[in-house]
Design a protein. Structure first.
Length: 395
């Protein structure tokens, strides 16, 4: 072990000496302080000047310099692990050795020595492809120290916002500690973790075997915030793609957000295309977006082309803008008329949509078209038998 330490120190000394003695262009190649400047310059070329050739050259240079630092980074990480081991901080040493064999598996002798030390400490080496444990930030370490102190001095104060804040920030170590102290509000915590896309925290919470109602609420937050990886995990863990306890459909939210991959995932899991409690149907959202491909797909799955939305029944104040789609009874055809999508209108009419169906304020699809000046859509509706008369409430 003494020989290994001496060899490491000699290698580090030689590396530092060569960096100090190298010409300017060589020291630039190995100076980690250049990396933020290179990233800034490359981003400027990409986004401001639109010179993609220079941007690519900048990114390649940054990666080259970063790769040049890997041997030194592996050596420093190994020495830190050794220090923790000598301090009898076994768990910390194991985490550092694991990080080294995961992130610097190609950096021998330090990767090889780390594997040997893991074996000696009774820890298992991670399987190939296992992601590295996320590094703990200074802020997370400070938060963990704060709750640990609170657990000793005022344990009653642990139950509160600490857990949900940690979940929403992705501080896994804080979450784990509070769970161990029975100070976990898992219902709120899962929603915050899903909202922020903190997969490790979500996985930790799911290990507690949460009730399906909490899973469904977390799924809703994942969809609303376009967290695909979290959504996959929740579905695999038993969450319902329909979220039956809510009046908002996850499928509707995915379509409204324009997230095709989330829409596809929900449909793959047999989500209902006619959710009974949803105020706005997925088909209405698809028609409103003017996306004929989704409209066609939903109709093929049995979506109801005649179903009206549940909107406001309150008459707007005089002189305020009147949204003709904001009232109960607006159908997907109203939404397609608003979007001016002739293709969506045609698909809905073929599926049995009523061309003259009026919502609760008396607005038929044709009047919605006229309100927003969709000429081609007006012609399409008139050709399908829309009546130009009627008495919509414009107030």
């Amino acid at each position: 072990m003494v020989c290994i330490i001496m060899k490491t120190l000699i290698l580090l000394a030689l590396a530092c000496t060569s960096l100090a003695a190298a010409p300017k262009d060589q020291t630039d190649h190995a100076d980690p302080s250049d990396l933020p400047a290179l990233l800034r310059d490359a981003l400027f070329e990409e986004e401001a000047t639109r010179d993609l050739t220079k941007a690519a050259a900048g990114y390649e240079s940054l990666l080259e310099k970063w790769n040049a630092q890997r041997p030194l980074a592996a050596a420093a990480l190994y020495r830190l692990a050794e220090v923790r081991r000598k301090q009898d901080r076994k768990d910390d040493a194991i985490k550092l050795y694991l990080r080294l064999v995961t992130e610097f598996a190609d950096q021998d002798p330090h990767a090889r020595l780390s594997r040997e030390n893991l074996t000696a400490l009774g820890a298992k080496e991670p399987a190939p492809g296992t992601p590295a444990a996320p590094a703990v930030s200074d802020e997370e370490a400070a938060a963990l120290a704060r709750v640990q102190k609170l657990a000793v001095e005022s344990p009653d104060l642990l139950i509160g916002a600490e857990f949900t804040d940690a979940c929403g920030t992705g501080w896994l170590s804080v979450v784990q500690f509070l769970i161990s102290k029975n100070a976990a509000n898992t219902a709120a915590g899962l929603q915050e973790a899903a909202r922020g896309g903190h997969l490790a925290v979500v996985r930790e919470l799911l290990s507690l075997k949460l009730p399906v109602e909490q899973l469904n609420a977390g799924l809703r937050r994942a969809v609303e915030n376009s967290r695909l990886a979290v959504l996959k995990l929740l579905l695999e863990s038993g969450a319902s793609p329909d979220d039956p306890d809510s009046d908002s459909s996850p499928l509707t939210a995915a379509i409204q957000n324009g997230r095709k991959e989330i829409t596809d995932l929900l449909l793959t899991h047999k989500v209902s295309v006619n959710p009974q409690k949803a105020k706005i149907s997925p088909l209405f959202a698809a028609a409103y977006s003017g996306d004929a491909s989704i409209v066609k797909r939903l109709l093929a799955l049995g979506a109801d082309a005649k179903r009206g939305s549940v909107g406001s029944s309150v008459k707007p104040a005089a002189g305020t803008f009147v949204d003709p789609l904001g009232f109960t009874g607006s159908t997907p055809l109203h939404a397609a008329a608003w979007a001016g999508s002739v293709e969506c209108i045609t698909l809905l009419l073929k599926a049995g949509a009523d061309v003259n169906a009026a919502n609760d304020r008396g607005w038929p699809p044709l009047h919605v078209c006229a309100e927003v000046g969709r000429v081609e859509a007006i012609e399409c509706l008139l050709a399908a038998g829309a009546k130009p008369d009627g008495n919509p409430d414009y107030t």
